[in-house]
Design a protein around this ligand. Sequence first.
Ligand code: ATP
Ligand code: MG
Length: 391
Amino acid sequence: MKEVILCKYGEIVLKGLNKSYFESAMVATVKRRVADLGASEISFGQSVLTLTPLDDAFDFEEALRRLKKVFGLVSVIRAAACDKTPEAILATAQTYLPPFLAGVSTFKVTGKRADKHFPMTSPELSAEIGGALLDVMPCLRVDLEHPERLIHVEVRENAAYLHADDSKGAGGIPGGTAGRALLLLSGGIDSPVAGYMIAKRGAIIDALHFESFPYTSERAKEKVLSLAGIVAEYTGRMNVHVISLTHIQEELKRRVNEEYFTLLLRRSMMRLAVRCAEKYYCDAIVTGESLGQVASQTMQALTVTDAVADRPVFRPCIGMDKEEIITVARKIGTFDTSILPYEDCCTVFTPKHPKTRPTMEKVLAEEAKLDLPALEDEAFAAIEEHIIKAY
Ligand code: ATP
Ligand code: MG
């Protein structure tokens, strides 16, 4: 008997001719994620990827933790692998499964026989394993309707697998199969969630953060880099580009009608994002905006911002309530960092009464009051790069 990790594919099972493309992307990601954890062997087939440690030094628990963050896998399960004989399976059930049944009073065994040469049918095998477990744990009862613990036995091509640990994977589709997108990453709650959601759909994520030093602090930037690190546990790594808006903000404050300050700032942010996306080959831009959350997130304000974008702007949080976004932030582990109280460039010089229903005409008239292209050139030339690796 050997303990292995079974990783089950999600949506890519439904892919037709392209399936092998998605599968190789996922296998490559899995290999990279566990490469520094010791020697292991990874095999795949029948929509399951099996990781077998090759020595005792392999960090099994850390591998489980990391693989639960690989997009494309719906479950990541610790399982016992044994020979495909009824004797080996029953013996393994009696030695491996009892700890998983501690503290429960009812269970059910479900058998799956992918290898039709195996001498027992799935129901026969399930019944035998149930009996073997009752022999060693007589206090237990079988409950076919509402078992407290479900035991699985799978007889596959190379071996039989037993498990009772139904652990959910990250879902989604494998990283790198949907192109590269640029996430506008603030230190808030919404944008890390937005980045996670688009990464889950297979995109590689680069991030762009705007700072406004000295109005925003070095610690505010460090907070953003830590957020990138948490999202990178799902994506592997993240390039974070940082652009300073200080000069642009000071000039906007000095020259434009206060009501339009935020809108003009957001248009400058979007133009700089487009330039950054162009430079780093990102085919879409991602933001954490949610309809109606603040003045710059009305339909009219978003229209004015999107008018300067030459590629799709994905806003996966657009229809989510704050509570729903927070639920995801807690799940992925960004929430506690997001709520650390550091300032963001968007809160520097915020007007009291921002325009919520701007017209393009008025926006353009305000923009004509200063040389934004020159200010943006200056900001873009000073772009700063960070490479964030999770592992
Ligand atoms: P979050 O939306 O991440 O909680 P927030 O609420 O402070 O942060 P908003 O003012 O709602 O940010 O900004 C909307 C979106 O604009 C953010 O989700 C993010 O995509 C982008 N954004 C805001 N500030 C910055 C920044 N300093 N750098 C990069 N992008 C930013
Ligand atoms: Mg927000």
